[in-house]
Design a protein around this ligand. Structure first.
Ligand code: ADP
Ligand code: MG
Length: 327
């Protein structure tokens, strides 16, 4: 199995004009691997996730699973393709129906998708799914408000697993959780990936978080991928000034401050996706920007082996870019 994204674009139509949420991104994920997708709030991560699971229709571009384009698939073929790729949402509270018990949530997926038709068998499969995510069968009778945040996210993960997908898109799956349960859920996710041979697209605003789970990392800025490479190369030896500033941002334990910390590390705010800057989109905030950066769009290009960056000056700025380090 291979997941390939080719020149994917989503422009939301608004009264003010098109919001360029995702503006031509490409990447590939191999079977059993994890691609980390990182970037500040508003850079287009969730829009990408929603396009991958067909909750949002792309403006253009292709999403290929084993060469088959899910963007143009319809009818029965679409249902089958949808079963191959599932999503775990950031906020399990918002994504679970408050009127359904955990058991009904999972049972409904099994019934609607016609995975288990028999009621008694369905009940057994629900218990199996709960067990798979580290919950006891008694959780089946509880409503979302009767569960802890960690338990709710486990139910969200079980729901994604119910259709036996090959690929799971995890959109900031730990962000809404208490710091104390994040490690547990992270361990669960990596165990499930390895045991079930799953392929992940793991989204986070925190480079420090994705580096531990990813095989490769794609860094997004204002709707574009500006760096792509092996996890170690991207997190330890970034070739783009934006990735450097993400890496050098010191974590703040307070979640309120956490969301602001990049703003204070980087100069200025993220520009509006309605009116992205000309040339390099990062140039107004870049400490190394020169005239060329305002005029000429830097293409994502391979700088060292399998390590790409979209900066005119990677080689001048970073000795790693001169081939001293390979990913
Ligand atoms: P992220 O998940 O990285 O925070 P999003 O994909 O949610 O980013 O948003 C990317 C950009 O698209 C932002 O500027 C956001 O305001 C805008 N956006 C997201 N959803 C919509 C929508 N439904 N209509 C208009 N603009 C949207
Ligand atoms: Mg998001």
């Amino acid at each position: 199995m291979t997941l390939v994204v080719e020149d994917l674009v989503k422009h939301y139509r608004t009264r003010e004009g098109p919001v360029r949420a995702v503006d031509g991104i490409s990447f590939a994920v191999e079977s059993g691997q994890t691609l980390g997708l990182v970037g500040e709030s508003g850079c287009g991560k969730s829009t990408t996730a929603k396009m991958l699971v067909r909750l949002v229709r792309p403006t253009s571009g292709r999403i290929l699973i084993d060469g088959e384009d899910i963007a143009s698939t319809r009818g029965a073929a679409l249902t089958r393709m949808r079963g191959r790729i599932q999503m775990v949402f950031q906020d399990p509270h918002a994504s679970l129906d408050p009127r359904l018990t955990a058991g009904s949530t999972l049972g409904e997926v099994l019934a609607v998708r016609r995975i288990v038709r028999d009621r008694v068998e369905r009940r057994a499969r629900v218990n199996e799914l709960l067990e798979l995510v580290g919950l006891t069968a008694s959780v089946a009778d509880r409503y979302p408000h009767q569960l802890s945040g960690g338990q709710r996210q486990r139910v969200g993960i079980a729901r994604a697993l119910a259709v036996e997908p090959e690929i799971i898109v995890l959109d900031e799956p730990l962000s809404a959780l208490d710091v104390s349960v994040r490690a547990e859920i992270m361990n669960l996710l990596t165990r499930l990936r390895d045991e079930l041979g799953l392929t992940y697209v793991f989204i986070s605003h925190d480079l420090g978080m994705v580096r531990h789970v990813s095989d490769r990392i794609a860094v997004m800025y204002l709707g574009q991928v500006i760096e792509l490479g092996g996890w170690r190369a991207v997190s330890d030896a970034p070739l783009h000034p934006y990735t450097r500033s993400l890496r050098d941002a010191v974590p703040v334990p307070d979640p309120e401050l956490e969301s602001q910390r990049l703003v204070t590390t980087l100069r200025g705010e993220v520009p509006d996706a309605l009116n992205p800057p000309a040339g390099c989109r990062f140039h107004p905030r870049c400490p190394h920007a020169e005239d060329r950066c305002q005029a000429e769009v830097p293409q994502l290009r391979e700088i060292t082996q399998r390590h790409e960056a979209a900066c005119h000056f990677s080689e001048q700025l970073y000795p790693e870019a001169r081939g001293l380090l390979s990913s």
